[in-house]
Design a binder for this molecule. Structure first.
Ligand SMILES: [Zn+2]
Length: 237
């Protein structure tokens, strides 16, 4: 390989490095991981708020049940007095009956409330169980995705360090001044800066090259640049 051919090869290795580095930064599996983490966070928030709501409803249900017990005890006590023959005054009897009716109505309303609360508790418990199931499933998926990502990163990193090794070995075979010129051009214009000559045509800008330039470029041991695009030309047989 002549100097310029080596430089073309160096450029190929640089491009492979760049492509791998970009691919490492934009792994599709990382996007899946991010989505999965987002979903898990939403699910955990739902679980937490459902847990708080369940706690609140359970307390409310207990409270209502105590009220029912109290009301039942009061009803029993009044009934005992009323039907035990202790009370004879008709007006008092009337009052006690009215009180009993009111208490029974209150109790019935409380019981309806408890049924409503029980239904809500049941729905929440079932929601919590579903969310928990999905969390377990998502966590397993996430574990697999992370394994897949780490595997891909390891494989790509190994490939990258191979290419970097090849580049270093090639780099020392090319004169320093030539590599510096190449790197300067890379900084200035980016992309491909060393291009093959394809049948007297510049491989970069596809403009026909003067014969004098082609003749100069043929030995592949000096920097000959395309007059149109400024790229370094590399003769290939
Ligand atoms: Zn050109």
């Amino acid at each position: 390989m002549t100097e310029i051919q080596s430089l073309l090869k160096l450029q190929e290795l640089d491009m492979e490095c760049l492509a791998l580095e970009t691919a490492l930064k934009e792994l599709p599996v990382q996007q899946e991981i991010d989505k999965s983490l987002e979903r898990l966070s939403t699910l955990r928030e739902r679980l937490s708020s459902a847990g708080l709501e369940l706690n609140r409803l359970s307390k409310e249900q207990k409270h209502e049940e105590w009220e029912i017990n109290d009301t039942t005890a009061t009803v029993s006590s009044i009934s005992r007095k009323l039907y035990g023959g202790e009370v004879t005054n008709p007006r008092e009897i009337e009052n006690m009956r009215y009180r009993l009716d009111t208490l029974e109505a209150t109790k019935s309303k409380l019981e309806d409330n408890v049924i409503g609360l029980m239904e809500k508790v049941e729905a929440l418990e079932s929601e919590i169980s579903e969310v928990n199931q999905e969390i377990t499933q998502k966590e397993a998926e996430l574990g697999e995705l992370i394994g897949k990502r780490d595997f891909e990163i390891a494989a790509m990193s190994a490939k990258l360090s191979d290419i970097i090794g090849d580049r270093e070995r090639l780099r020392v075979q090319i004169p320093d001044s030539l590599v510096k010129k190449y790197e300067q051009l890379l900084r200035d214009r980016g992309g491909s800066v060393v291009v093959p000559i394809k049948g007297k045509i510049c491989g970069g800008c596809h403009v026909a090259l003067p014969s004098s330039i082609v003749i100069l470029a043929k030995p592949n041991n000096t920097v000959v640049r395309c007059e149109n695009c400024g790229r370094i030309l590399c003769w290939q047989e």
